[in-house]
Design a protein. Structure first.
Length: 275
């Protein structure tokens, strides 16, 4: 009986080892998105840690033990549900399962590239989940959005959506995350680096402090709440003008995006005809 129990225990241990990555592998996986964003930012002329901030917003995974958020390379999102898979193979299998069930609107990898909106981004699911390929494509796409808008925060918001009602809250979250990661170790946040000094910077996570009690609310006085009618009217006018400008900008970018896809299609068609 004891021998049977030992054999069963050994079998369960083997199964667990096969089902879950080792600690070392998990640490390596947690670092890889940050390594790739750090490499792509200077290559594409993207401001320091902006691509990292987008990856954290897109696929950030919270580690309660270390109080850290990492962009997770094996993230799959579909039908509003994010899935943190334990390995690349598991992530690929999950996407295949979703596609077999008829789902096409799927975000994948470090940067959550949407397979439906970017059907020609990768040659295969294996490439889509290659962190280097995933981040490189996202960096090129973000750079293109900046070239169209001339504004990095706006380009970051449009990375998520060009619909103003969706872009605005994403932009606020992205700017907040970007500001936090840029503060560095001498402020309330700390960015980990996986390589020795003198080599490429590799931010692999976003460290947060323990929650602090909120400060007492400031006392409101009648004078502080009084707002003149003309100020309200001006604020409404400014908001309408911003909304109009955002709609026009979104339409211009969408038109440029469609034109780029059309030109790529024409080029592929010409190459096939010539071959």
């Amino acid at each position: 009986m004891q021998r049977v129990t030992c054999l069963l225990s050994a079998a369960f241990a083997v199964m667990a080892a096969l089902a879950f990555p080792t600690y070392a592998q998990a640490v390596e996986d947690a670092a890889v998105c940050g390594i790739q964003t750090a490499r792509q930012e200077p290559l594409q002329g993207i401001p320091d840690r902006l691509l990292l901030a987008i990856s954290l917003v897109e696929s950030g995974r919270w580690d309660s033990d270390r109080r850290a958020s990492f962009a997770w390379p094996w993230t799959v999102t579909a039908e509003g549900e994010g899935r943190y898979l334990p390995s690349k193979a598991a992530a690929v299998a999950e996407v295949k399962r979703l596609q077999a069930s008829g789902i096409r609107n799927i975000d994948v990898g470090c940067m959550q590239v949407n397979l439906q909106a970017h059907p020609d981004a990768f040659s295969s699911l294996e490439e889509a989940f290659d962190p280097a390929q995933n981040v490189a494509y996202a960096a090129r796409f973000l750079r293109g959005l900046y070239d169209s808008t001339g504004n990095w925060p706006t380009a970051g918001a449009y990375y998520h959506s060009q619909t103003p009602s969706l872009a605005a809250p994403y932009k606020a979250k992205l700017i907040s995350t970007w500001e936090q990661v840029r503060r560095g170790a001498d402020d309330r946040l700390q960015i980990a680096s996986a390589e020795p000094a003198g080599q490429i910077r590799q931010p692999v996570g976003l460290w947060l402090p323990a929650p602090q009690a909120a400060p007492p609310a400031a006392r409101m006085t009648p004078s502080s709440t009084a707002v003149r009618p003309q100020m309200l009217a001006q604020a409404r006018a400014n908001a309408l003008e911003r909304s109009r400008a955002e709609r026009e900008e979104a339409k211009r970018i969408a038109d440029a995006y469609r034109q780029a896809h059309l030109e790529a299609y024409r080029l592929r068609k010409a190459q096939m005809a010539g071959g």
